[in-house]
Design a protein around this ligand. Structure first.
Ligand SMILES: Nc1ncnc2c1ncn2[C@@H]1O[C@H](COP(=O)(O)OP(=O)(O)O)[C@@H](O)[C@H]1O
Ligand SMILES: [Mg+2]
Length: 247
């Protein structure tokens, strides 16, 4: 299964609200001085949503303003598009139309939520981003990687500062993800073979974008994975920003 994230119904729906105000938005700025854009990627069941929440909590406890968000979705308009792409008949959209919808959702999310937060020096922790589209729409839904890249350049033009790939055995990931229920079922279970291909694809992306990717072994106890995630993120944050205690 791909971006079927039915567990989100009980978890990510409880994400803290974005604390960014519209007045903090800076139109032409992509990254605030102290802001950091962190994304999580990896196969289904690898622990992305779990680690996103734990990272957001750990950074908040260190006095950082954090925006915890997800894709598809993350802004009001993009959440509406999320319903269009994740619910309903698997044949509801062609691969090309689906790519346009994901791109439209991402553009709205970027404009309304991510860029304003970065301009306000906040840390944006995002559960999936463009790398998921490179993988799923670029590979599994037809060989659309060229179109994915062109659309990204034209309409998004922004990469994360840091992408954490939670890597793990696809069969174990599938076992973890099994049993989740929800109504976001448009993406069918691709089965173990495709999950193995997806893992290899994510690892290839990590090589392609080696400057921003960090690979973390997700096949360990949750707290150990979280420790490594926090270390990598603190390394990427300006020292003065990461150490300031909450007052
Ligand atoms: N390191 C881990 N060890 C064991 N179980 C985990 C671990 N990380 C997450 N889980 C569990 O596995 C399931 C899938 O995790 P989740 O964070 O939803 O993955 P993803 O968002 O990547 O699909 C959840 O039930 C979660 O509690
Ligand atoms: Mg998830």
């Amino acid at each position: 299964m791909t971006q079927k994230t039915s567990e989100d119904q009980t978890t990510e729906d409880q994400m803290p609200e974005n604390q960014t105000t519209e007045s903090q938005a800076t139109e032409n700025q992509t990254t605030g001085r102290g802001g950091l854009f962190v994304t999580f990627e990896g196969i289904d069941g690898s622990g992305k949503s779990t680690q996103c929440r734990m990272l957001a909590e750990a950074l908040s406890a260190r006095g950082r303003e954090v925006v915890l968000t997800r894709e598809p979705g993350g802004s009001e308009g993009a959440e509406e598009i999320r319903r269009l792409v994740l619910e309903g008949d698997p044949d509801r959209w062609s691969a090309e139309t689906e790519l346009l919808l994901f791109t439209a959702a991402r553009r709205d999310h970027l404009e309304r939520r991510i860029l304003p937060a970065l301009a306000a020096d906040q840390v944006v922790v995002c559960d999936r981003f463009a790398d998921s589209t490179r993988m799923y729409q670029g590979l599994s839904r037809g060989d659309l990687r060229g179109s994915v890249d062109q659309l990204h350049e034209l309409m998004i033009g922004h990469e994360p500062d840091l992408t954490i790939l939670i890597d793990m055995d696809p069969d174990k990931g599938l076992a973890r993800a099994k049993g989740r229920q929800g109504h976001e079922e448009r993406f069918e279970d691709f089965g173990a073979d495709l999950q193995h291909q997806m893992r290899a694809g994510f690892l290839a992306l990590a090589t392609e974008f080696a400057d921003r990717f960090r690979i973390i072994d997700g096949d360990r106890p949750i707290d150990l994975v979280a420790q490594d995630v926090l270390t990598v993120v603190l390394d990427a944050l300006p020292a003065t920003q990461s150490e300031s205690p909450k007052t």
